[in-house]
Design a protein around this ligand. Structure first.
Ligand code: OFO
Length: 165
């Protein structure tokens, strides 16, 4: 049993996670159409992971006998000039998501909702991992600068990303 406040906040977070999936799917298409097939794969995997994040909340609401309310998904903004711009947009978005997860945790603590706090701990750790991955890639891209050879090597490396088990 969860409160209406928590239910609404989780429904809101489902929307953000689905938007994240939608954003990364759009970046995947943008990257692939620019010849960056590796990045296209990386963002497609990220799209799948975000869908998983949304579904984890979705299942939790149903398990708790709460109501799932799906809202409209905003159109993602794309049109990046470089791989670096794509990942800078990604880290910016992930920082926004981290804040949102932290806000949800604050609410769960205030409501003394222990079950939701346990669920949210997984998301807190996931955000640390996602931001670290993005920062690592941004670091490599900054080092590569305008070197086409280095950028192609990074793109190849990005294409090796697999889904988490
Ligand atoms: Fe990217 O972690 Fe969910 O949104």
């Amino acid at each position: 049993m969860i409160s209406k406040k928590i239910q609404n906040a989780i429904n809101n977070q489902i929307n953000k996670e689905i938007y994240s999936a939608y954003l990364y799917l759009a970046i995947s298409a943008d990257a692939t159409s620019k010849g960056l097939k590796g990045a296209g794969t990386w963002f497609q995997v990220q799209y799948q992971e975000e869908t998983g994040h949304a579904m984890k909340f979705y299942k939790y609401l149903l398990e708790q006998g709460a109501e799932v309310e799906l809202e409209a998904i905003a159109k993602p903004k794309i049109g990046f000039k470089s791989l670096l711009e794509m990942f800078e947009a990604t880290i910016k978005h992930e920082r926004f998501i981290t804040k949102s997860i932290n806000g949800l945790m604050d609410l769960a603590v205030a409501e003394k909702d222990y079950a939701t706090q346990i669920l949210l701990q997984w998301y807190v750790s996931e955000q640390v991992e996602e931001e670290a991955n993005d920062n690592e890639i941004i670091g490599m891209l900054k080092m590569a600068g305008n070197s086409t050879g280095s950028l192609l090597m990074i793109d190849k490396q990005l294409g090796k990303r697999g889904t988490k088990s």
